[in-house]
Design a protein around this ligand. Structure first.
Ligand code: IMP
Length: 176
């Protein structure tokens, strides 16, 4: 068991299990995108470790860029607006694969994906390390998932609890 900010977490997905799934996913994507030179867009901060390991295992030509999504309250009643920081490269006519750490409610991607579609990429697919199906509130189509998990808070392998825990090699789940 480990403690972060006074909360206890128990081991949930081992380093070995993560490695295997990430390698399998890289093999799958390498088959699906052979000869298509896809552009991976990894979403910071959470996806940095997953993106790096996944990219290393690819067997095809591919590019990668990193962006950060910042939300601010819009002036209108539409609520939160997402700005993509670092999205200064051309995705027009490219096969794009978004790399996320976790799809929880789906809110982030539900508002970000339409923005990307404006630039008319050839295709957009979504790869996520984790997905909490029970927590999904916004319709998001996920193409590649490493682990579907219950609706409980997790940390490690890039994911944080209040900025801590990202460096853990395995994934821990909150103890209840
Ligand atoms: P969504 O917009 O609700 O899908 O939330 C996605 C973001 O919330 C992820 O990219 C994470 O940064 C964060 N998040 C959601 N669930 C967890 C969790 O269990 N642990 C750590 N971060 C989480």
């Amino acid at each position: 068991m480990i403690t972060i900010h006074n909360k206890n977490f128990v081991p949930y997905i081992s380093e070995d299990e993560i490695k295997k799934k990430v390698k399998n996913l890289a093999e799958q994507i390498s088959k699906d995108y052979d000869g298509m030179k896809p552009l991976f867009i990894a979403i910071l901060n959470g996806a940095f470790m997953f993106a790096s390991d996944l990219f290393k295992e690819l067997e095809i030509e591919a590019e990668i860029s990193f962006i950060k999504l910042a939300s601010y309250k819009g002036m209108k009643s539409t609520g939160q607006v997402l700005t993509a920081i670092g999205l200064d490269f051309d995705i027009n006519d490219r096969h794009v694969i978004i790399i996320e750490d976790i799809v929880d409610t789906g809110k982030t991607l539900h508002s970000f994906l339409p923005q990307l579609r404006h630039s008319q990429p050839k295709s957009i697919k979504l790869a996520t390390l984790l997905h909490k199906p029970e927590a999904l509130l916004f319709p998001v189509e996920i193409d590649y998932v490493c682990f579907a998990i219950p609706d409980k808070f997790v940390v490690g392998y890039g994911l944080d609890f209040d900025n801590l825990g990202r460096n853990l090699k395995e994934i821990y789940q909150i103890e209840e």
